[in-house]
Design a protein around this ligand. Structure first.
Ligand SMILES: [Zn+2]
Length: 238
């Protein structure tokens, strides 16, 4: 019966662990995409609400100034009535000056109302684009959610399939090697294994001893003394 070399088994385990890392990475990418999309929707909604708030405030300013205008106009009316019944020239003249001053104030107020109305129009004109952005980011997010849900089903099936391959491959390990393998994988995952590379550790590039290189050439797996990775020679993996 042909016995697989340690190098063959570790190479298989390394490949499967890399596959699992890749699959888990793709699984984790889904929720991140959803989070990013949700963030864009939230930002678009905040911008839309901010505009609605600006519009309310601009409208409120117009209302306030229009009230001030009406009350200023009423005051001028009162002053004019008083002037018509003025007892002295001096009183007549003073009331006239006051009326002129109030009329000036009204002109300023009218200009301010025009500016405020322009502001209302300007804010209102930005609302359709803001609403469109909310709709578009929302639709995109829904599409991403559907896509991620589909991919997740597929990826989880793949993880299950590859995990059972991993169990099968792990069963081929000798007890001593299994202990070593489980320790490195627990701490470093797939990065706990590396190929030998020109007499050096493929993980940390530390030069290996002659004895280790001989073991690797025999198809053994050895542990790098520098980084603790489980090393194998891919050329010895039949
Ligand atoms: Zn190393």
């Amino acid at each position: 019966m042909a016995v697989a070399t340690a190098a063959t088994i570790v190479r298989t385990l390394h490949r499967i662990q890399r596959q699992l890392t890749d699959l888990r990475g793709r699984l984790a990418a889904g929720p991140r995409q959803i989070t990013a999309g949700t963030g864009r929707v939230t930002a678009a909604e905040a911008a839309r609400d901010q505009l609605a708030d600006e519009l309310r405030q601009a409208q409120k300013l117009v209302d306030t100034k229009q009230l001030q205008l009406r009350s200023a106009e009423a005051k001028i009316g009162d002053l004019e009535t008083k002037r018509n019944t003025a007892k002295t020239n001096k009183e007549y003249q003073l009331l006239g000056e006051q009326i002129e001053a109030d009329k000036m104030a009204i002109k300023v107020l009218e200009d301010e109302i025009l500016e405020s109305l322009e502001r209302v129009d300007e804010v209102r004109s930005r609302q359709p684009a803001a609403a469109t952005l909310v709709k578009e980011t929302g639709e995109k997010l829904e599409a991403v959610k559907r896509q991620v849900a589909e991919e997740t089903v597929h990826l989880e099936q793949e993880v299950a399939r590859v995990s059972s391959q991993l169990q099968e491959a792990e069963a081929d390990l000798t007890d001593a090697l299994r202990e070593l393998y489980q320790r490195v994988v627990k701490h470093k995952g797939e990065d706990g294994m590396a190929t030998v590379d020109g007499g050096c550790c493929g993980g940390c590039h530390q030069q290996l001893t002659g004895k280790m290189i001989s073991q690797l050439l025999l198809g053994d797996a050895v542990m790098c003394r520098s980084c603790g990775r489980l090393l194998y020679d891919p050329d010895q993996a039949a």
